[in-house]
Write a protein that binds this ligand. Sequence first.
Ligand code: NAD
Length: 506
Amino acid sequence: MQDMTIIAGGAAISDAPHIGRHWIGGVWADSADGATFDRVSPSHGIVVSRNARGGAAETEAAIAAARAAFEAGAWSRISGKARAAVLLRVADLIEANAEPMARIETLESGKPIAQARGEVSGAADLWRYAASLARSLHGDSHNTLGPDMLGVVLKEPVGVVGVITPWNFPFWILSQKLPFALAAGCTCVIKPSEMTPSTTGMLCDLLAQAGLPAGVVNVVLGFGEPVGALIARHPQVDMVTFTGSTAVGRSIAAAASGTLKKVALELGGKNPQVIFADADLASAADAVTFGVYFNQGECCNSGSRIIVEESVAADLVARVVALSRKVAFGDPLNETTQVGAIISAAHQAKIDGYVQAAVQAGAVVELGGGEMQVPGLPGKFYQPTVVSGVTADMAIARDEVFGPVLSVLTFRTLEEAITLANDASYGLSAGVWSENVHTCLEFARRVQAGTIWTNTWMDGFPEMTFGGMKQSGLGREIGPYGLDEFVEIKTVAMRIGRTRANWVRG
Ligand code: NAD
């Protein structure tokens, strides 16, 4: 502990709880039965938000509002230019309101304030990119079907979309989905995580200010049961887009099968970074350190599993341990903090369980390996942790630990590295470090992952599509493919002459 960088808590805070209500048909609403739930800050222990707790009645009302808005056409049938204008105004409003949104995101999630600010204001760019897609969305034409035929393929909004989001990047993940669904002309019912509901609610005010018609976006606050599950199985919902755990993703796909609605799933990952002996080890060590501690490791893209060429493994681990000691862990409200609090006590216990089981199985804790107390704060924090001697059969190497915990495995040949990288039920992202472009390309072509980084980690752009293979998900987000998830394809075959012979003879 003495050799780590700990940022103590600042002065006591006295933020009044944010009052969260449902947003249905353009009106704020409490639950019919008056039920509420509180979100307590995992770092500061205060009640951050007091929220209406949705039930079946609110969920039904929100779905009905979204359906009515979709059928009315005030959003679904207007021009791409008009939709883009609203999305651009929302982007400006997000930037103007980033500060209060970032503070509440930090207090609800435990993530550092500087990062939360970057995520909220950075999300504006996703809205701007989606606005550009709203104007360029188009189908296809077929002018080679013969002299009397013309074919047109139309792209139409899929309809009412259920949006179910997790707690780790509440506003960013919402913005990977919502502006794209809106750009396509869909209407939406959103259920944010019960851990981090507030910024989704705050967005509703901005949508109204930007001129989005009432009922196009509706938000129901509450838990997976009943709100999320009802959205997933409801016959009036045409599609569900979900980000969260693989277990809940599976249950959503099962619930959605009843009505065969479209499903897009962004799920977990156990993302390998493979480091070859010829890599720039200084850069690799920095990126590994960033990849495992970013967002407390509570990140679907966490680089939680490194696979290092045996000859440089000790050197790389020593570098990562030295860097880990310098990473600022502690008070999420401090501007200098890089790693904040763990989302809940239960999750902290789960993280620690993986580390202790690995030690029992023969792995070696090189740094950390337990909870830590941050002076002046009551919350839950976990030490930066590096575990070496991990083998592919250990749970710490296979499961998503979702904490600031790095597992180190080693390899001797490229074949072995690729086999180890692909030895996972997940396939979200992967990285390769080598100065040899052929090594990087061979790895990129053979690894089973939706995103591959070469000599970098976790760079992302609205233009570059994101999503997972295997049990990391279904479908893609952002980029042009992200918009395609929210459209139906309609074929129009047009007879433009009278040259076709009648079917009925005589
Ligand atoms: P979670 O699956 O527990 O919850 C996600 C959302 O689903 C929440 O809003 C929750 O209330 C809701 N939910 C729970 N049960 C439900 C049900 N039966 N029906 C419908 N909705 C239900 O996930 P989490 O703990 O909030 O987030 C962490 C997980 O999310 C991790 O596994 C992480 O890898 C994953 N994640 C994936 C990505 C990605 O893009 N691939 C991004 C971020 C997080």
